[in-house]
Design a protein around this ligand. Structure first.
Ligand SMILES: [Zn+2]
Length: 341
């Protein structure tokens, strides 16, 4: 029997059907770029975030250099804020771009142009996705990442101010702003799906329990995420950084296919809370194992994550740029050797 393609395997695993796959997938829906890969394919940050040729090479490096079973674009979380007019600090080879200025003073100032996905680097992202599909055919999955509504709100209003509003302003007004931002994410995903992508990753790192209460999450974030789940029309993975334990029952009700847990959340605990309502992906700690560990330590962490039931084996957060290739590859090796018994 022919081997299952990584694309088929990833689509089964990310939608909670890993038992129908030949083995666990190691598609990484979060940021995969490391300095080693940039040097190997001569596509370094910060240029690779803005140059289509370099972006293509660096996206492909996830598979070509590390063996990760999928591609993901973009590499940073500033595409939305930049298209809305924020000034971007482009960082350097080992530092991701960041947002420098905010563009709206108040919730009522929020205005998202109808042609937003034609602005800034949205077209670059969609063009590179299309090129990956053309050059690699249907063999590997392509993940379209969007910066989630809460994180974009922090970028365009300023995170401190927006956090205060989550407590002081009428909940309906705050939710409405997040809902408007989610419509931009949905338009982006519709375009990306036409450009050959298979999976959506909503990276909403700022929507963490270090910042938000479970009540706000339930009453504001949950309906916004449910709106996205209803309208996007592709498998969706949500990633939120930090300790999300108190949100897990609500995350299970988003309608998303998978939740990517950060290192503070034990995947076994997460599985026990969400049951089969949503897949749990991740499990390999980015700092203690991938960045500062050894290949052996990464392998042990990966085996532990699989034992605890993760549906896709991947890092617990975006990969730190200085992660050694031998550590990153050790994670992939475990997935490749894993056969269900
Ligand atoms: Zn994270």
């Amino acid at each position: 029997m022919a081997e299952m393609t990584p694309r088929k395997r990833a689509l089964l695993c990310v939608t909670g059907n890993k038992r129908r796959a030949d083995r666990i997938s190691c598609m990484d829906t979060l940021t995969t770029c490391t300095v080693d890969q940039m040097n190997a394919v001569k596509a370094p940050f910060p240029e690779a975030n803005r140059d289509p040729e370099l972006a293509f090479k660096l996206a492909a490096a996830a598979w070509e250099v590390i063996g990760l079973e999928g591609f993901k674009l973009p590499f940073d979380l500033c595409v939305e804020a930049e298209a809305l007019g924020c000034k971007i600090n482009w960082g350097r080879i080992d530092r991701h771009p960041s947002v420098e200025t905010h563009v709206f003073n108040d919730l009522k100032d929020l205005k998202i142009p109808d042609d937003i996905v034609e602005r800034g680097r949205f077209p670059l992202k969609h063009d590179v996705e299309l090129r990956l599909r053309k050059e690699y055919g249907d063999y590997l999955p392509i993940v379209n990442q969007v910066t989630g509504p809460f994180t974009v709100a922090g970028h365009i209003f300023g995170i401190e101010k927006f956090c205060i509003w989550t407590k002081k302003r009428p909940l309906a007004d705050v939710r409405e702003a997040l809902m408007q931002i989610s419509e931009m994410n949905i338009a982006d995903c519709k375009k990306a799906l036409k450009s050959g992508t298979d999976v959506v990753c909503i990276a909403d790192p700022s929507a963490t329990s270090d910042i938000l209460s479970p009540t706000f999450f339930k009453e504001a974030m949950l309906p916004v995420y449910q709106n996205m789940a209803k309208k996007i029309g592709a498998p969706i993975v949500l990633h939120i950084c930090g300790n999300t334990s108190s949100y897990l029952p609500f995350i299970a009700d988003t309608g998303f296919d998978a939740f990517s847990v950060d290192a503070q959340v034990d995947p076994g605990f997460a599985k026990a809370i969400v049951g089969d309502k949503i897949a749990i992906v991740g499990g390999v700690p980015t700092i203690t194992a991938l960045l500062f560990g050894t290949p052996q330590k990464v392998k042990e962490a990966a085996i532990d994550a699989i034992k605890k039931g993760v549906d896709v084996l991947m890092p617990s957060c975006g990969i730190p740029p200085r992660t050694p290739t031998e550590n990153f590859k050790a994670m992939v090796d475990v997935a490749r050797c894993m056969v269900y018994v």
